[in-house]
Design a binder for this molecule. Sequence first.
Ligand code: COS
Length: 389
Amino acid sequence: MSDCLEWPFFDAGHRNQVRDLHAWSAEHLLHAEEGADVDQVCRSLVAELGEGGWLKHCVAAEYGGGRDAIDVRSLCLMRENLARRSGLADFAFAMQGLGSGAISLGGSPSQKKMYLPQVASGKLIAAFALSEPEAGSDVGALATTARRDGEHYVLDGEKTWISNGGIADFYCVFARTGEAPGSRGISGFVIDADTPGLEIAEKIQVIAPHPLATLRFNNCRIPAQSLLGKPGSGFKLAMQTLDIFRTSVAAAAVGFARHAMDEALARCISRKMFGQTLGDFQLTQAALADMATGIDASALLTYRAAWTRDCLGLAATAEVAMAKMVATETAQQVIDKAVQLFGGLGVKSGMAVERLYREIRALRIYEGATEVQKLIIGRQAIKDFAGHP
Ligand code: COS
């Protein structure tokens, strides 16, 4: 089957990036992850990715990045190839981008100068703090408040499911500033982790462990210059950030699915049963056909969305939603089939497919659950039809 890198979405820079990443990963991403202290592992991974020059893909050239603007195809190629090898390496990379994306998109020149070069070098760890206990999919209903008080804002409330919570050096936080009801009354802020009044209320344990926490803001006073963009523009800033990083979630799902496919193929040619190999059975070939086709379809949607943004300059919100929905749902099915091909070994702790089975699940939920992506795609279809009767 053809090499995806030959697809017309990519240029020579992308092909070199992937070749160099393979060489670097083979040398640096060897350590076992299970059972280790994930906070420590992720801190080290950010430092290593920074030293290796890989985090430059998270920011624009002016701040130490590789291209003039954040290149979504580069982000996606990083995530696909890191995820294929190591879920935590992918996580550490992705969060540097997601956690600083609102600064890249909405920050002032001095905010960008202060944070982005250190994100790119791995000296500062970033996090994105949007979700709340009562506002996940309906993010316009968030309740954390930021009250203006002279030259400061004072924040009160809780943010939860915050990846890198507890290890981040700063958080891009979205809070209600009240310019208007609902989504028009939310603003974004960049807040250093050591600010008095900001504490880690809970570290959250999940089926595929990574740094994750609930943050509590209690009379947390920050300088007014911490505001990102204009007051009341925070909801759109958060959505614009997600328009970039949801595509990269799709790419990570493709990487996980490719890993499962690699494992399944190795199993199919080596496992003997009924006088032949597992791969000789037509039922196995049918499963492999579904897996291979699903992976290619996911990759096509993912890089179509990335290319649309990079080369046509469009937000491509609906294309991004299609990529995220299809790639994450397909990866879940691909990994499930791989587990099935392994039989009992597929659910044994320590097996790669068992870990992938746990790792993929959250991708169908975070950065907009599949149901949210369906809302976005359906609404856009209606809008397009109404615009072109
Ligand atoms: N880019 C720029 N602006 C956007 C936008 C985008 N991608 N999506 C929406 N907006 C704008 C709309 O144009 C609208 O602007 P006006 O007020 O000027 O008309 C405003 O934002 C509100 O949009 P909308 O009415 O579509 O908002 P809803 O409250 O209906 O929410 C969904 C829409 C459900 C799509 C949104 O809340 C969402 O994405 N939820 C999931 C959140 C999420 O991903 N959480 C995970 C956090 S990270 S783990």
